[in-house]
Structure formats: structure tokens, C-alpha cells
Ligand binder design. Structure first.
Ligand code: NDP
Length: 430
């Protein structure tokens, strides 16, 4: 089994490590692993640097379950799975993901603005199994504006024509309550784009109306504490705030605005600059707003276990090239390809949602989450912090040293968020 796994994961050497009494997995100092639900298999094998330091291995419940399934399929120990999950051993024996997916209730995912550029890139990733893996069925609840619904019909046809095994059901509607009925995840992508001559304040208010309406609909129709909401439509942090304040039945911790694209952009630049693999880069963080005031911060970043500032040995590059590049990457992509960074935004949304569902196994990522005043930021804002996901909860990394330099950057991006918040005050009940 291990050699099969290693072939699959292109590893040539391994040791055997017992992770729990049910799971054995190949472990190797070569950190070539995939996250759960990755295109490369039903589950990713995840190797944490801390594991090698003998600190133990932490697997989130969902990741553990997915890993168990995959190992059982590979090792042909199906009977244990039949007992544990009530799915017939024959299905596992045939490793028929399609049938396994058919036996389970789907995860319901609402997506708004589905006829837009991000929506088009996103839906195929969700429906193909990239989000939750090929044994986990999904139902898509697609929300669009009434005038755009005919276009969504075409999207639906294409989705059905793709014959994805995990795509159980598609609901199309222009009614937000219907779209959010019983959903586990709501991915709020649709937003009013800025048109020629439109003032920023008008754009804020136009979007405030949309997200207040959607917040109310989520409040009435979604699964309350079991629904998670990820906002992409800009201004994403403030739109998350508006939706949350209009949805008192859903805990504020269940809302988030996506800064994962900014995070990924930072990682990509560090990889290009140093030649390190992505697995070698840890503890990078985006602070603040998903806008040009965000602060991409390498203060705690380790590259191959060494402080990034030491590895880079070039503060000028960090200040003058790296930070502005990450902050303004969206505009750079538009200038180059003539349209916005929709595919990478969709990909980042997949990454962020998957992390929330499966956990990050103790690794840091960045997300704009509800502030309880951490690091002196105003309580109630959605502010991007370093977070660890586990058990479907985002925990802000605490007790980091903040220098004067960092404090200034945090305050600048907080100031913008406060201005945005004040600009939409009439849409913020409670
Ligand atoms: P996109 O699909 O390209 O973008 C959607 C939103 O995501 C925009 O607010 C955009 O912000 C934001 N965004 C965040 N990060 C990124 C990124 N890295 N790259 C690109 N966009 C990013 O917009 P489209 O105009 O193509 O489509 C929007 C769709 O939403 C339309 O089909 C429209 O009908 C729909 N819509 C639906 C609503 C609803 O369901 N009630 C309400 C309003 C619109 P930015 O504009 O700053 O790039």
C-alpha cells in the first residue's frame, strides 16, 4: 500500500509512521503533500514540520476521515469503513467514488454572482470535487440577478453536461432566501462593479444594499450556526460586516472575507525570489483590508525553518518590491490581460473554503475574520489576521510581537475599514 501511495505522490523514499491506531501513512522528510480534496486524489497526505520535531501530528476531524477513507481504499481494508461509516464495503472495494458520493447527503453550497467571471471559474472547481474531494457530493444553489438568469441557464447546461459524479443537484434562482435555504456554505461573489464616473461612496452604498439583503436572507433561510459565509465581492471586508450585522442568527465567527488570494500572491512571490517550495514557506500573513492598504507581512515568516528576513537579506526588496507587488497585484493582472484576476480569485476561494472545512493542521493562513479586538483592532471589524482552522473554527494566532513599524501598517488599514464601516452605518443594525 505504501509503495502505491508513494508512487501516487511521486515520493521515492518513506518511513512508516503510525498517526493514530487506525491510520498509517508514509512519512518522508520530502514534504510533497496534498491537501484534502485536492485534484490529485481523494485526500491529501499532509506532513507537518512539527511532526518531524516530534511534537505530534494534528489532523482535523474531516481531514482524518478523508485520510482514513483513502488509506482504506488503497489498503483494501474496507470492512472497517463499512462498520464506521455505514457505507457498504463493496463500494469501497470497487473504489467507486461515484457510488460512495451517491450514498451521502450533499454539502449545500450557495454561490452568488454565478454568471460573472469568478463564478464561471469557481463552479467547475466545486463541481469537479476540488473543494471537498471526489467522494463528497455537493448541491449548488446559484443566485443571480433576474435579468441574468437566462445566462445562468446556459451555465447550468454546461455544468450538467460535464457529468461530474459529485454534483448532486443544481438550484437556480434570483430569490436570495431560496438560494440560501439550508446551505452549509454561502460564497458571496456577486457585487456591483464600479462603473465609469461612479464615486467610491456610491459603490459602497450600492453594495451595502446587496449585502444587507443577502444577510437578512441568510438569517432567515440558512442553517444558523452551521452555515459558513465567505465574501469575495468587493469591498469584501465591509460587505462581510454588513451581511453579518443583518444575520443575527449566524455567529459572527461564521463570516469571513477572503484575503487568501493576497496570501497566495505573497507566497508565490517569496517562492519566486528564494526558489523555496511552497511547503517550505510558513507563517506568512496578510493583515487588514482586501485592498491596497493591506499589509503583507514577512515578520514571522520562516523559509526552510529560517527567518525570511535573514534568508531574503534584502529589506529594500521587501519594502519596495514585495509589499507593493502583493498590494497592487490585481491592477497588474488587469493591465496585463485586460480583465480581472478571476481564475486565481476562484482558486483562492476554493483554498479558503477547503481550509475552513478540513482544517489547516496547525498551519497559518490569512483570512479576514471577526475582530474581538485582537492586536488592538476595533472590535467588530472583519480584519485579515493570521489564522489556523481546526474543527470548522478559525482561531486567530495570538501573542505575536508587534513592532512600531507593524503597528503603523495595521492602523493604516484599520483606518480604511473604519471609514468604510462609517460610510455604510445605516445598513448596520444591532
Ligand atoms: P467578477 O466575477 O469578476 O467579480 C465579482 C466580485 O469579486 C467583484 O466585486 C470583484 O471586485 C470581486 N473580487 C474580489 N477579488 C477579486 C479578484 N482578485 N479578481 C477579480 N474580482 C475580485 O465580477 P463580474 O462583474 O464578472 O460578475 C459579477 C456578477 O455578480 C454578475 O453576473 C452580476 O450579475 C452578479 N451580481 C449578482 C448579485 C446578486 O446575486 N444579488 C448582485 C450584484 C451582482 P472588483 O469589482 O473590485 O474587481
Amino acid at each position: 500500500m505504501l509503495s502505491q501511495l508513494c508512487t501516487k505522490f511521486r515520493s521515492t523514499s518513506y518511513n512508516l509512521a503510525t498517526v493514530s491506531k487506525n491510520i498509517t501513512m508514509p512519512s518522508t522528510p520530502r514534504r510533497t503533500f496534498f491537501l484534502p480534496g485536492d485534484n490529485n486524489g481523494p485526500v491529501g497526505l499532509y506532513n507537518d514540520r512539527d511532526y518531524w520535531k516530534g511534537k505530534g501530528f494534528v489532523l482535523d476531524e474531516n481531514a482524518k476521515k478523508a485520510l482514513e477513507e483513502y488509506i482504506a481504499i488503497q489498503s483494501k481494508t474496507y470492512d472497517s469503513l463499512e462498520k464506521k461509516y455505514g457505507v457498504s464495503a463493496d463500494l469501497w472495494r470497487n473504489a467507486d467514488y461515484r457510488l460512495i458520493a451517491d450514498q451521502r447527503p450533499p454539502i449545500k453550497v450557495a454561490v452568488t454572482g454565478v454568471a460573472g467571471a469568478i463564478g464561471y471559474a469557481l463552479l467547475w472547481r466545486i463541481a469537479s470535487g476540488s473543494l471537498f474531494g471526489p467522494t463528497v457530493p455537493v448541491s449548488l444553489h446559484l443566485l443571480e440577478l433576474p435579468a441574468i438568469l437566462p445566462k445562468v441557464k446556459g451555465v447550468e447546461m454546461e455544468l450538467r453536461d460535464s457529468a461530474f459524479p459529485v454534483l448532486k443537484d443544481i438550484v437556480i434562482t434570483d430569490n436570495a432566501e431560496k438560494a440560501f435555504e439550508g446551505v452549509d456554505y454561502a460564497l458571496l461573489v456577486g457585487a456591483q462593479p464600479r462603473t465609469a464616473g461612479m464615486e467610491r461612496a456610491d459603490l459602497l452604498l450600492k453594495n451595502a444594499e446587496i449585502f444587507a439583503t443577502q444577510g437578512k436572507a441568510l438569517n432567515r433561510a440558512a442553517k444558523g450556526k452551521d452555515t459558513r459565509v465567505l465574501v469575495v465581492g468587493n469591498p469584501a471586508n465591509t460587505n462581510a460586516l454588513i451581511a453579518q450585522r443583518n444575520a443575527p442568527n449566524i455567529p459572527p465567527e461564521n463570516f469571513s472575507a477572503i484575503t487568501r488570494l493576497d496570501h497566495n500572491r505573497g507566497l508565490a512571490q517569496l517562492k519566486l525570489k528564494t526558489g523555496a517550495t511552497l511547503n517550505d514557506i510558513e507563517k506568512f500573513v496578510i493583515w487588514g483590508n482586501h485592498s491596497a492598504t493591506q499589509f503583507p507581512d514577512v515578520s514571522y515568516t520562516l523559509i526552510n525553518g529560517k527567518p525570511a528576513r535573514e534568508v531574503l537579506n534584502d529589506d529594500n526588496w521587501v519594502e519596495k518590491t514585495f509589499i507593493p507587488c502583493v498590494q497592487k497585484r490585481g491592477a497588474e493582472v488587469i493591465a496585463a490581460r485586460g480583465s480581472s484576476s478571476a481564475a486565481s480569485a476562484a482558486s483562492a476561494l476554493i483554498d479558503g473554503t477547503r481550509d475552513w472545512h478540513y482544517g489547516t493542521q496547525n498551519k497559518w493562513t490569512s483570512a479576514a475574520v471577526y475582530s474581538n479586538g485582537e492586536y488592538g483592532i476595533t472590535k467588530g471589524l472583519y480584519f485579515s489576521y493570521p489564522v489556523i482552522y481546526q474543527g470548522k473554527k478559525a482561531t486567530i494566532v495570538k501573542d505575536l510581537q508587534i513592532s512600531e513599524y507593524q503597528r503603523e501598517k495595521l492602523k493604516a488599514t484599520e483606518k480604511e475599514l473604519l471609514q468604510e464601516r462609517d460610510g455604510v452605518a445605516k445598513h448596520l443594525p444591532n
